[in-house]
Design a protein around this ligand. Sequence first.
Ligand code: NAP
Length: 239
Amino acid sequence: MSLLNHRAVIVGGTSGIGLAVAKSFLDLGARVIVASRSQDKVDAAIMELGQEAQGHALDFRDEAGTKRLFENVGPFDHLVVTAAGDSAMAPFEALSADEARATFDSKFWGQYLTVKAALPFIRKSGSITLTSGAFNLRPAPGSSTMSAINSAVDGLVRGLAVDLAPIRVNAVSPGVVDTPFFGGMDAASREAMFQAIAQTLLLKRIAKPEELAEAYAYLAKNSNTTGTVLQVEGGALLS
Ligand SMILES: NC(=O)c1ccc[n+]([C@@H]2O[C@H](COP(=O)([O-])OP(=O)(O)OC[C@H]3O[C@@H](n4cnc5c(N)ncnc54)[C@H](OP(=O)(O)O)[C@@H]3O)[C@@H](O)[C@H]2O)c1
């Protein structure tokens, strides 16, 4: 129970990887607050997590709203950000600069603004864990914008680890994970895509959100890890 009575805020904690992180932190004894845009998703997450968890509707691109959330939350120990928004996957020529900027506004600037708003309330013994992605080191065709965003997140993590010490700052970099992120696809197409991707991985299978949650839990618990981007991608970088 090494997160016993620690308070954790998980922005993006109502779905997929973030929801699995919330469950894992609760199992480790933490008190958990999840946030995301949709009140329906927040309500559903609280139903699943139980009444010990709290939830708030928040768009992490909204600087004033994010600041208000952390003023209401008050002092806490661990910030996790898994919120993402749309993914800009398209050949470079096909993606407009506006679409690329909108994705940066969400995944990069959303995480940046969340850290800025949360910082006054994070205890010095606490941690910040952001979310990158395996395109940081191994771009697939059509992922140049996501590769740039994830690399920017990695750089931010290293810089913040220096600037914010003794608060620890790390990131998890997932490969493909079976989450509602792919919920827009029909089940057959999604399964076919997962099978095709799995064949390219050393481990020959797609990750489950719980496997990612273990990585976030490690980074919150381990009191000597900072400035690290923890790759959890089934061997994607070596295959
Ligand atoms: N799944 C993968 O294969 C994969 C691979 C590499 C990297 N990642 C990264 O892992 C992270 C989590 O992905 P996931 O698969 O868990 O996705 P997911 O299941 O779609 O969950 C994303 C969460 O972010 C919230 N969110 C989206 N935009 C938001 C915003 N503007 N403000 C606040 N909350 C917002 C969503 O809730 P609302 O809709 O209610 O806002 C949801 O709770 C992302 O950073 C993603 O880029 C995922």
